[in-house]
Design a protein. Structure first.
Length: 89
Protein backbone atom coordinates (compact mmCIF):
# COMPACT_ATOMS: atom_id res chain seq x y z
CA UNK A 1 0.00 0.00 0.00
CA UNK A 2 2.86 2.37 0.85
CA UNK A 3 4.47 1.66 -2.50
CA UNK A 4 1.23 2.54 -4.32
CA UNK A 5 0.86 5.82 -2.37
CA UNK A 6 4.51 6.68 -3.01
CA UNK A 7 4.05 5.99 -6.72
CA UNK A 8 0.89 8.14 -6.83
CA UNK A 9 2.69 10.99 -5.05
CA UNK A 10 5.55 10.71 -7.55
CA UNK A 11 3.14 10.78 -10.51
CA UNK A 12 1.27 13.79 -9.09
CA UNK A 13 4.55 15.62 -8.48
CA UNK A 14 5.65 14.94 -12.04
CA UNK A 15 2.29 16.11 -13.42
CA UNK A 16 2.52 19.30 -11.35
CA UNK A 17 6.02 19.98 -12.66
CA UNK A 18 4.85 19.47 -16.24
CA UNK A 19 1.83 21.72 -15.64
CA UNK A 20 3.88 24.53 -14.13
CA UNK A 21 6.43 24.25 -16.95
CA UNK A 22 3.68 24.38 -19.59
CA UNK A 23 2.06 27.39 -17.88
CA UNK A 24 5.41 29.21 -17.73
CA UNK A 25 6.14 28.55 -21.41
CA UNK A 26 2.64 29.65 -22.44
CA UNK A 27 2.95 32.89 -20.48
CA UNK A 28 6.26 33.67 -22.18
CA UNK A 29 4.79 33.00 -25.62
CA UNK A 30 1.73 35.10 -24.80
CA UNK A 31 3.81 38.07 -23.68
CA UNK A 32 5.94 37.84 -26.84
CA UNK A 33 2.83 37.76 -29.03
CA UNK A 34 1.37 40.79 -27.21
CA UNK A 35 4.61 42.67 -27.65
CA UNK A 36 4.65 41.93 -31.39
CA UNK A 37 1.04 43.03 -31.78
CA UNK A 38 1.86 46.25 -29.96
CA UNK A 39 4.59 47.05 -32.47
CA UNK A 40 2.33 46.32 -35.44
CA UNK A 41 -0.55 48.54 -34.33
CA UNK A 42 -1.48 51.04 -37.05
CA UNK A 43 -1.75 53.80 -34.47
CA UNK A 44 1.89 53.31 -33.52
CA UNK A 45 3.11 54.05 -37.05
CA UNK A 46 0.81 57.06 -37.28
CA UNK A 47 2.25 58.38 -34.03
CA UNK A 48 5.78 57.92 -35.37
CA UNK A 49 4.89 59.86 -38.53
CA UNK A 50 3.27 62.64 -36.52
CA UNK A 51 6.28 62.79 -34.22
CA UNK A 52 8.59 63.15 -37.22
CA UNK A 53 6.37 65.88 -38.68
CA UNK A 54 6.27 67.80 -35.40
CA UNK A 55 10.05 67.57 -35.07
CA UNK A 56 10.45 69.09 -38.53
CA UNK A 57 8.04 71.92 -37.59
CA UNK A 58 10.04 72.51 -34.44
CA UNK A 59 13.31 72.60 -36.39
CA UNK A 60 11.80 75.05 -38.90
CA UNK A 61 10.56 77.26 -36.07
CA UNK A 62 13.96 77.23 -34.39
CA UNK A 63 15.65 78.16 -37.67
CA UNK A 64 13.19 81.02 -38.25
CA UNK A 65 13.67 82.19 -34.67
CA UNK A 66 17.44 82.23 -35.16
CA UNK A 67 17.03 84.25 -38.36
CA UNK A 68 14.74 86.78 -36.62
CA UNK A 69 17.08 87.10 -33.65
CA UNK A 70 20.04 87.78 -35.93
CA UNK A 71 18.03 90.48 -37.68
CA UNK A 72 16.92 92.01 -34.39
CA UNK A 73 20.45 92.14 -32.99
CA UNK A 74 21.76 93.61 -36.25
CA UNK A 75 19.14 96.38 -36.01
CA UNK A 76 20.07 97.05 -32.37
CA UNK A 77 23.75 97.33 -33.26
CA UNK A 78 22.96 99.70 -36.15
CA UNK A 79 20.86 101.89 -33.88
CA UNK A 80 23.61 102.03 -31.29
CA UNK A 81 26.20 102.90 -33.93
CA UNK A 82 23.96 105.62 -35.40
CA UNK A 83 23.25 106.99 -31.93
CA UNK A 84 26.99 107.09 -31.07
CA UNK A 85 27.92 108.74 -34.36
CA UNK A 86 25.25 111.46 -33.83
CA UNK A 87 26.55 112.16 -30.34
CA UNK A 88 30.10 112.55 -31.65
CA UNK A 89 29.10 114.91 -34.49
Amino acid sequence: MEDVLGFCALVLTMLMMVGVSAWFCCSIVESLVKMRRGLKKPGYNALLRQNKRLKSFLANGAEENLHLRKGYYTDVIRRKNNHVSRDVA
